[in-house]
Design a protein around this ligand. Structure first.
Ligand code: FE2
Length: 526
């Protein structure tokens, strides 16, 4: 996209409200409030189209969004310019009552590798104009994307999302913890700047919907979705901290937990620009993991590390000591289960899907969008014994070893994991054996810090670095995201950081830049 057109749209986009569009208005529907109060989004790009999203909510803070009754047909238009003069498609899309009056309109028949602009209309109301983008064609040689994780609404303002939108990347990749399900109970320890909807942990569909509504009314996040097409996977907080398949961290009955997961997944689908049919949930099940080919420049596999994973190893140990379940540190002696070969981070079916995709890829760069830390973090427990943290890939060592060995054997070109979850920046070598410094480096991992969530304790993690020579960089005291420029020869990842999450006008700077050169695995500081 040219800077000229993008900036014009950017400047008119922030804080956009319903505009009158005389060419479209038919006067058939009159809205008391702006039905497009939650904004617009594009996602799930293909070479010839994408999915367009909105959700009708004339009174967004009312439990029903201020809308009832049957599904509504609304209009949409797609143009090749940001002023919507050159319309290339228009039609109707359904805001489905069963899915909270959300719209997931699959668009086809467009040209690859270019931006489009779109808007929705209903009666006299018109949405803000959003930008979408098709995937590039074979032979494309440049791509820009940013990736994000861990935006806790209570802990700060989403300035990082605003700055990311102004950087004008082709795509934005969300790696999980898009919302947080809980409300901070100890603001004396973790100060908050604003309060989560309902003031409590989400458990029901109404509560998850209210939480997503609150996030989408944030002007910075709404602006990012309007300007930057989204690719998505999730982590735990879209449902509950550290959940694994049907096991919650409160040792809930799995059947009850699955009901809660169904509510959380339904709300997630309703609020995200995801493929209809493919990603529409069925009860507690929802297909999210997916593959995107950016011509032959990049293959992006977005994996689902929560829905199919084996239960965290030695889950019951936490219960026995009166602690919450989920991630904790175990040793070889304390938890033989940890090393069982049939345990998997992503489930055997998804492992096969991922491995097949890596083995057959013709792409120059093979990027996996992943929720939790892939590299080994060798750490010791209080008795000085080597430990494994059970919620990350360290908790699934056999599954990780299969992946690392598969990459070593099938040799996909330039394997890179981009990762969220741990609220800190990391640049890691990926190895077939993390305990052997002489083992080959077979890929790279670049972990982005959180948008706002508190970082892991710096001193604690800095102490483990000497035991982890494959870790090239760690910083947990900064919030932000990662901005990537990709060419056939090089991946350049800028660790972008905001000045202060408690300042709504926080400024942006680059903390570090790491590069990965074609054919040379392992990130190197630029
Ligand atoms: Fe997080």
């Amino acid at each position: 996209m040219t800077l000229h057109t993008s900036r014009r749209t950017l400047l008119t986009g922030l804080g956009a409200t319903a505009l009158v569009a005389p060419a479209i208005a038919k006067g058939l529907v009159s809205w008391k409030g702006n039905p497009f109060s939650l904004g617009v989004a594009a996602g799930a790009p293909a070479a010839d189209g994408f999915v367009l999203w909105t959700r009708l909510a004339p009174e967004p803070l009312a439990e029903d969004g201020g809308i009832a009754g049957p599904s509504r047909a609304i209009g949409y238009e797609i143009a090749t310019d940001d002023s919507m003069h050159h319309i290339v498609q228009r039609g109707t899309a359904l805001a489905e009552s069963e899915w909270g009056y959300s719209v997931h309109k699959s668009i086809k028949g467009l040209k690859p590798g270019r931006p489009y602009w779109y808007r929705f209309t209903s009666g006299s109301a018109s949405s803000a104009i959003g930008r979408a983008q098709t995937l590039p064609p074979h032979g494309a040689d440049k791509l820009r994307f940013a990736y994000f994780s861990c935006s806790h609404y209570e802990y700060g303002y989403f300035s990082a999302y605003r700055h990311a939108a102004y950087e004008d990347p082709d795509f934005g990749i969300f790696l999980g913890d898009y919302i947080y399900e809980y409300a901070e109970k100890h603001p004396d320890k973790h100060p908050t700047v604003r309060t989560h909807s309902g003031g409590k942990e989400c458990e029901t569909l109404a509560e998850y919907r209210a939480r997503y509504t609150q996030y989408r009314l944030d002007p910075n996040l709404q602006f990012l979705h309007q300007m930057v097409p989204a690719l998505l996977t999730w982590d735990d907080h879209e449902v509950q901290n550290d959940y694994a398949d049907k096991w919650g961290e409160d040792f809930q009955d799995p059947a009850a937990f699955l009901k809660r997961r169904a509510a959380a997944y339904k709300a997630y689908y309703e609020f995200m620009p995801l493929k209809p049919v493919f990603s529409q949930p069925h009860g507690p099940n929802m297909r999210l993991y997916d593959r995107y080919d950016f011509g032959d420049l990049m293959r992006l596999d977005l994996i689902d590390g929560r829905q199919y994973r084996s239960r965290e190893a030695c889950y019951d140990h936490q219960k026995a000591i009166g602690q919450r379940g989920g991630g904790h540190v175990e040793t070889r002696g304390s938890c033989p289960e940890l090393f069982e070969a049939d345990r998997s981070m992503i489930g055997m079916k998804q492992e096969k899907w991922l491995f097949d995709g890596l083995a057959t890829s013709k792409a120059r760069w093979n990027v996996v969008g992943n929720d939790v830390t892939m590299a080994r973090l060798r750490q010791k427990n209080k008795d000085g014994e080597l430990g494994w943290y059970t919620d990350g890939w360290d908790g699934y060592p056999a599954s990780r070893a299969r992946l690392m060995q598969h990459v070593a054997d099938s040799k996909p070109s330039n394997f890179v994991a981009i990762t969220g979850d741990i609220h800190s920046y990391w640049a890691n070598d990926l190895k077939t054996d993390f305990d052997d410094p002489k083992a080959p480096t077979i890929g790279s991992e670049l972990i982005g810090t959180s948008i706002t969530s508190y970082g892991v304790p710096y001193d604690v993690f800095a102490q483990i670095l000497p035991d982890n020579p494959h870790i090239k960089f760690f910083e947990s005291r900064k919030r932000g995201y990662v901005s990537v420029e990709l060419t056939r020869e090089r991946m350049t990842a800028k660790f972008q950081t905001v000045s202060d999450v408690t300042d709504p006008a926080a400024t942006l700077s680059t903390l570090k830049t790491f590069v990965v050169d074609d054919g040379n695995p392992g990130p190197v500081e630029a």
